[in-house]
Design a protein around this ligand. Sequence first.
Ligand code: ATP
Length: 264
Amino acid sequence: MLELKNIGKVFNEGTVNENRAITNINLKVEKGDFITIIGSNGAGKSTLFNLISGSYGPSEGAVFLHDADVTNQPEHIRARHIGRIFQNTMLGTASNMTLEDNMMICSQKGFKGLRISLNKKRREFFREKLKELDMGLEDRLKDNVGLFSGGQRQALTLLMMVLSEPDLVLLDEHTAALDPKNADLVLGLTVKFIRDFNLTSMMITHNMDHAIRYGTRLLMMDRGEIILDVKGDEKKNLTIPELVERFHSIRKRDFTNDEALLSD
Ligand SMILES: Nc1ncnc2c1ncn2[C@@H]1O[C@H](COP(=O)(O)OP(=O)(O)OP(=O)(O)O)[C@@H](O)[C@H]1O
């Protein structure tokens, strides 16, 4: 469903600040894949997502979505198919709008252009969906989202993204800014939604244990390249020391990401 062909990205090309962030990436993502992505700092993980979402255009290569070449398609058009959640919990929802208004906006997107009104039936639908988060938000439809905690906002962002029926979900360290309890909660919801709705997903994480434990396929990036791509039993049987050792034997140097190494 997504294909990256010979993708490269150079920032500030031709200047003293020239920086090659991505080198010749070839990647095919199949429907139903749940890919975890791990890598050292500056490996190019977020840049890869920016190239997939259309935030940046590649310097070389092409991006295909459902076999159509979308390399030059603007981000806002691609966003109809791609849902993205960032580390910053403020980005997925509008603070100065009520919970029900936020959900209305995402319904308009999910219903692909059909205008719907906020009636009793729709409020009931929102309440039912919010109950699944188990955070009591179903009783706060009239509250401004700016009043909610980071964990509540991120769970809401997740729910709204699921309701908008994306073809591809990009999770960019979306639990990294939360306290451990809320991070676990939002990650649990993420895994549940991905499973229940069979969402094709890519998740960047600095937690090696999560990268191994969750998902169907694991990519390791380093210096702009995908250096490891494992799935099936090979992925299931991985351990953190093995992953570090695989990095060392491929790159002939140590894996440098304290956050990832300290994760359990
Ligand atoms: N807009 C930009 N302009 C210039 N350089 C950029 C830009 N965005 C990213 N880079 C550079 O591209 C490289 C890859 O950065 P990227 O943010 O993709 O790494 P990452 O793997 O997501 O890192 P981290 O785990 O630290 O978030 C880095 O050298 C970074 O400085």
